[in-house]
Design a protein around this ligand. Structure first.
Ligand code: SF4
Length: 362
C-alpha cells in the first residue's frame, strides 16, 4: 500500500461516522442509502434510511409496495423522481434479476435511476469491483490535491475527474477506499475553510502548498435563478362533520410528478386575492359557485436548483363540490385525511404550520 492510501485509510478508520450502511455489504441497503443521500445531508437522510429499511427490508418488499406509499415515506426529502425511480428499479430488479442485484457496471447502469455514481458505489462496496466513485466530495478533494484547473461544472470535467479518480483508486479494497475519500471530503476537505494545517494529506496537497485551498475546486458561476409565483387555492367544501378539500395528483413530467397539490394558478408576480379572483383561470375553476373568502397565507419561498418559487395559499369555502372539479382532475378528500397524501415539501410546510388547515379555518 502506498503512503497516500495508507494515510487516507488510517484517517477513515479513526474518523469515520458510524452510519448503519457502513456495516453492510448488502447491495440493496447500499443502494437505498446512496439514493437517499443524493442531494440530502446525512443527518436528514439517516432517519429516512432507517424508516425505509425497516418498512421494506429487501428489494422484493419494496417492489411489492404501492408507489403512493413510497412517495409518502419520501415526503420532505425533495427531488421526488428519486423515489419514483427507486420503486421502479425495485420492480425491475425483481422481474429481471429475480430480486438479486447484478454486480456488473453495465447491468447496474440499465436499472432505472442508477447512474454512474450509484452503480460504482454498489459495485465497489457490495461486490468489491475496482471502480472509482466520483461525487461532489471526490471532485473537491482531487481538485485540491492536484490543483486541477478544469472547472468541476464545466465541459470535460467528468472525464478529467473520472480518470484521476480511477488512477487514485486503491484496487485491493475499492469499497473501503471509495467510502474513505468521500468521507474525507465530507469531514476534512470541506467546501469552506478546510482545516489544512491539521490535514493528514497536506504534505501531498498542491492547493495547500500554493495557499490556494479556497480557490479550488474551480467553478463556473451559476446561471441566474428564475423566479416563479404560485397561487394555491384551498377550496373547502362544508360537509358535516368533516370539511372536504379539493386536491389533485400531478401528472406532468416534472419533479413533482405523482405528488398531490391544491389547484394552482401561476402568475408573473405576487398577486392579491382581489387580482386573482378576477382572472379567467380563477373564474373557470370556481365556475358560478358562490364562495366565502376565508383568508390567505404569507408568502412561502422555496428554492429549487435554478428556480425560486414564491407561493401563497388562498382559502375559500363553498357549499358544495365545484361544478368543474372533474375538468380539472380534482378529487374531494376529507380535511383530516390530508396527511395521507404526499405533497411537495412546500405545501407540506404550509400544512404543518396550519396543523392540517385547522388554524386557518377555525
Ligand atoms: S490540505 Fe486542505 S485542501 Fe488539501 S486535502 Fe487537506 S484539507 Fe483538502
Amino acid at each position: 500500500m502506498d503512503s497516500f492510501h495508507q494515510i487516507l485509510l488510517d484517517w477513515y478508520h479513526q474518523q469515520k461516522r458510524n452510519l448503519p450502511w457502513r456495516n453492510t455489504k448488502n447491495p440493496y441497503l447500499i443502494w437505498l442509502s446512496e439514493v437517499i443521500l443524493q442531494q440530502t445531508r446525512v443527518n436528514q437522510g439517516l432517519s429516512y434510511y432507517v424508516r425505509f429499511a425497516s418498512t421494506w427490508p429487501d428489494v422484493s418488499s419494496l417492489a411489492a409496495s404501492h408507489e403512493d406509499e413510497v412517495l409518502k415515506m419520501w415526503q420532505g426529502l425533495g427531488y421526488y423522481s428519486r423515489a419514483r425511480n427507486l420503486h421502479e428499479a425495485a420492480k425491475q430488479i425483481v422481474e429481471k434479476y429475480d430480486g438479486l442485484f447484478p454486480s456488473d457496471m453495465d447491468e447496474l447502469l440499465n436499472i432505472k435511476g442508477i447512474g454512474e455514481y450509484t452503480a460504482a458505489a454498489i459495485a465497489s462496496i457490495a461486490f468489491g469491483k475496482a471502480v472509482a466513485v466520483v461525487d461532489g466530495n471526490v471532485y473537491r478533494v482531487l481538485s485540491r490535491l492536484f490543483a486541477v484547473e478544469t472547472p468541476v461544472n464545466g465541459k470535460g470535467a467528468k472525464e478529467v475527474f473520472a480518470s484521476l479518480a480511477a488512477e487514485m483508486l486503491y484496487t485491493a479494497d475499492p469499497g473501503t477506499y471509495n467510502q474513505a475519500i468521500m468521507e474525507f471530503g465530507a469531514l476534512q476537505c470541506v467546501p469552506k475553510k478546510p482545516n489544512c494545517p491539521k490535514c493528514p494529506l497536506n504534505a501531498r496537497c498542491l492547493a495547500f502548498s500554493r495557499k490556494q485551498s479556497a480557490y479550488f475546486p474551480v467553478k463556473i458561476p451559476k446561471k441566474n435563478v428564475t423566479e416563479r409565483f404560485f397561487n394555491y387555492l384551498i377550496i373547502l367544501t362544508k360537509d358535516s362533520p368533516i370539511n372536504k378539500v379539493h386536491i389533485r395528483k400531478r401528472h406532468g413530467n416534472d419533479i413533482w410528478k405523482g405528488l398531490f397539490e391544491f389547484p394552482l394558478i401561476e402568475t408573473t408576480g405576487l398577486c392579491s386575492f382581489n387580482e386573482l379572483s378576477t382572472m379567467d383561470q380563477w373564474k373557470r375553476l370556481t365556475g358560478n359557485q358562490k364562495y366565502l373568502f376565508l383568508g390567505q397565507s404569507t408568502t412561502y419561498k422555496h428554492r429549487l436548483t435554478h428556480r425560486l418559487i414564491h407561493a401563497r395559499f388562498f382559502i375559500i369555502q363553498t357549499d358544495k363540490k365545484l361544478d368543474l372539479a372533474n375538468d380539472f382532475n380534482l378529487s374531494l378528500v376529507d380535511q383530516n385525511e390530508l396527511g395521507k397524501y404526499a405533497f411537495p415539501r412546500l405545501i407540506d410546510k404550509f400544512l404543518i404550520e396550519t396543523d392540517g388547515l385547522n388554524k386557518v379555518i377555525n
